[in-house]
Design a protein around this ligand. Sequence first.
Ligand SMILES: [Zn+2]
Ligand SMILES: [Zn+2]
Length: 340
Amino acid sequence: MTEPQPGRDGGPDGGLLGSGNHWAADRRDWPGGLSPSQREQPRYAWPPADPVTGLQPDAQARDLPLDAHVHTDQSPDADVPIDVYAALALERGIAELAITDHVDFAPGTPAYGFVHFNDRERVVREAAERWAPLGVQIRFGVEITYDSRYEDDIRDSLRTRRYDFAIGSCHIYADSPYAKPHVQAWVDGRSLAEIVAPYYAEVTRAAQSGLFDTIGHMDFVKRYLVPLVRPEQLTAAPELVEPTLRAMVQSGTALEVNTSGLRQQAKETYPNPTVVALYRSLGGQRVTAGSDAHRADWLAWGLEEGYRILATNGYEELLFRRGHGQAPVKVAIPERFRRG
Ligand SMILES: [Zn+2]
Ligand SMILES: [Zn+2]
């Protein structure tokens, strides 16, 4: 095993670090992926069964132009080979996938030094070449855990490493006040504003950095606050997210509607339709949508709802940058979402 160096997203030799055991102890606290409880069937109640047939509709969407948030086995918390997703996308009519494997910059966090940039890029770009002739576009993206202590390292990395799409996300790790062992003590005696302040301050810094094409799951903290703070309480306090949304608008960082929340305890998208409406009212034009799949059966999961939320709020297209310095591109939201 080679010791990673701070700020290097792949470690100096670019190898897989051992078997990834440096993060195994924290696996239960790892936010995105396959914790033991998540391996069970999700306890979601959406979408409802058809009242006539009683059949549960297929929650994995079909016939969409893009799933902009997908994790493969090059993330420490996912085990899906890229070709499995590509075949599913072909079958389901998902025209484009942004592969956004995790990269962390804080030593000791799960995706720190997990797979070197060169290896990630080769795997994704080779898959893109294989699948493009069949009709599936694959983009080489990344989901970087934003941590303001490492902003300079993230900036340096993005300066030299070219991605088609960079998500910046604030994750909750074991030492966070929102992590399971700490959250009750954190919430006790604090106002709602005080509870969420550190989280949103960090997301705001991520937006202000201008480093990212989109902010991932911008109100993800609500996942960790349930049931101590209910999503409705946060919805009733839009002023708490407004500064973050303003920072996104000002820096041209897109808002992601992340549908993983529909299959998690929050039972709503990250962010929910109320926040999307507020972003729109503040002048937010850049939006994207992703399933945050970590399993094959999560690809495009809930994305029909994600696109519907955007269309209901007046968006006719996804609009986002494909990498730093690039002009934003438009991806039309299908007509079916915009009828009535
Ligand atoms: Zn994430
Ligand atoms: Zn993710």
